[in-house]
Ligand binder design. Structure first.
Ligand code: ASP
Ligand code: MG
Length: 423
């Protein structure tokens, strides 16, 4: 079996969904194709603002309306005046409204609330697309990923229970054979007690990898709006180079540092089974893309750049001027782990400990609040974290472009710096 993953940009309009369906039709084989789909366009960003406590009431109402109109318009464009597809949209919206209602007043359970609300993006997108594919004569089975991808209750970063997930896949696979396409959601999973979890932002790649692992898939293809794995995000860089071949371990490193092309956890499962992962463009779908596989070196060899914006650098000082020692670090990491905050870079000095994290307004303020009970805290916002693999000095200078460097770390192959975002 093969696994395809389509991200938000590949299904962000009715035309995009038609294009996606064309790609699927062209690649249908005797065995069913397993297709993993994200929420449409920027829906997840919108849903984040509907999590209880994230927005003022008036704003929530406007966003809720925008969400409904966006999905209904796409569905109506794909299958005009179709009762069934509009009904399934109503059903998911009602489920979302009910969930938000139920969770009002418990803003302190942010991570749990987040997953119960935000999952509706993928549920909506896959339901609409499933109706459309069937409408186009592609026999499609819609599967609820929460009943397959079994996780613990680490909300916003669910940890996969591989044994259970394998059992779930094994139990379902016999039912797959009568279909052309098995369609499911990326990003979401479920706990033993029926709560929804998510696997971390951009987690749909990881979902595809989990399924490929459990199905012993031949390969995975991630369809993106870029022609493959580029040496930098074209948003920040004019002359990008397409990387043809990436060894599994290099891909893990790049993803760990935040290469937005693939979710960090995606590679390990497929590496364990020697499954090759292709990254191809849904725009130029006949072109060859990049592949991640069992290779010895990266090809071609070139510096690789990873930019992370909207970073905040938090410096933590003990109140009693004692050195930051292990017991203080234990407190700090305990708080970070409790809040589910991932550290992108950190540095210890005699008097302070600094961490660079993604600046999520709600979580940052909870974090600062908790830290201030035990420490003095200072922070710098609007920063950019730049990672350069296979750097040289000329390359570093051109990236820094005269900006002050707030923190820098260098190893043999990797340079990381934190600088103010370009004005
Ligand atoms: N929809 C989720 C997100 O935007 C998951 C994904 O796209 O991979 O983060
Ligand atoms: Mg995405």
């Amino acid at each position: 079996m093969k696994v395809y993953k389509f991200g938000g940009a590949s299904v962000n309009s009715a035309d995009a969904v038609r294009n996606m369906a064309d790609i699927v039709r062209k690649h249908m084989e005797s065995e069913p194709l397993v297709v993993v789909v994200s929420a449409m366009g920027k829906t997840t960003n919108l849903l984040e603002r509907l999590v209880p406590g994230a927005s003022a009431k008036g704003e929530s109402e406007a966003l809720r309306e925008q969400l409904e109109k966006y999905h209904r318009d796409i569905a109506n464009n794909l299958i005009p005046n179709n009762e069934a597809v509009q009904q399934v949209i109503s059903r998911w919206l009602a489920s979302m409204d009910h969930t938000i209602e139920r969770l009002q007043g418990s803003a302190d359970r942010y991570n749990y609330n987040y997953d119960q609300v935000v999952c509706h993006g993928e549920l909506l997108s896959t339901s609409i697309i499933s109706h459309y594919l069937n409408h186009m004569g592609i026999r499609t089975k819609w599967v609820d990923a929460r009943e397959i991808v079994s996780t613990d209750n680490h909300f916003r970063e669910g940890k996969v229970n591989w044994e259970k997930t394998q059992c779930n896949v094994d139990a379902l696979v016999a039912d797959f054979m009568d279909f052309d396409v098995i369609l499911t959601q990326g990003f979401i999973g479920g706990t033993a007690d029926g709560s929804t979890t998510t696997l971390g932002r951009e987690g749909s790649d990881y979902s595809a990898s989990i399924l490929a692992y459990c199905l012993n898939a031949e390969n995975i293809t991630i369809w993106k709006d870029v022609p493959g794995f580029l040496n930098a995000d074209p948003k920040y860089f004019k002359d990008t180079v397409k990387i043809q071949q990436i060894p599994y371990n290099e891909a893990i490193e790049l993803a760990y540092y935040g290469a937005s092309v693939i979710h960090p956890k995606t590679v390990k499962p497929i590496q364990n089974k020697g499954i090759t992962l292709f990254i191809r463009s849904f725009i130029t779908s006949d072109c060859e893309g990049s592949s991640i596989g069992d290779y010895r070196t990266i090809l071609p060899e070139t510096p690789l750049y990873i930019f992370k914006n909207n970073q905040i650098l938090i410096s933590i000082f003990p109140k009693d001027f004692s050195f930051i020692a292990e017991d203080n670090l234990q407190i700090i990491f305990g708080i970070l782990s409790e809040l589910g905050i991932r550290v992108n870079m950190m540095q210890n000095s005699a008097l302070s400990f600094s961490i660079c994290i993604d600046n999520n307004a709600q979580l940052t303020s909870m974090l600062v609040d908790r830290l201030q009970r035990s420490f003095h805290v200072r922070y710098n916002e609007n920063l950019q974290l730049v990672t350069i693999r296979y750097y040289n000095q000329a390359v570093i200078d051109s990236i820094v472009a005269g900006r002050p460097i707030l923190l820098e770390q260098r190893s043999r192959s990797t340079e990381q710096l934190i600088v103010p975002t370009k004005g």
